[in-house]
Design a protein around this ligand. Structure first.
Ligand SMILES: [Zn+2]
Length: 68
């Protein structure tokens, strides 16, 4: 997974130490109108205040065509 902008600091508390977590299994996100497997969700988290700075689904292409 590549992201063009690197986050280096928490926008809430300015802590510079960030962690990475993921939802998996039953907490996966599923496309709303498709019979499809879901995608895991990955978060960039501030390890100081717990703020979730960014969330990504790992397979965004699964969500194509779910808005109409
Ligand atoms: Zn923070």
């Amino acid at each position: 997974m590549k992201h063009s902008v690197d986050i280096t600091q928490c926008p809430k508390c300015a802590a510079k130490e960030l962690g990475r977590g993921k939802h998996a299994g039953y907490a996966a996100i599923y496309p709303i109108n498709k019979m499809s497997l879901g995608s895991e969700v990955e978060h960039i988290i501030c390890i100081e205040c717990g703020f979730i700075i960014e969330s990504y689904v790992k397979k965004p292409e699964k969500f194509k065509g779910t808005i109409f």
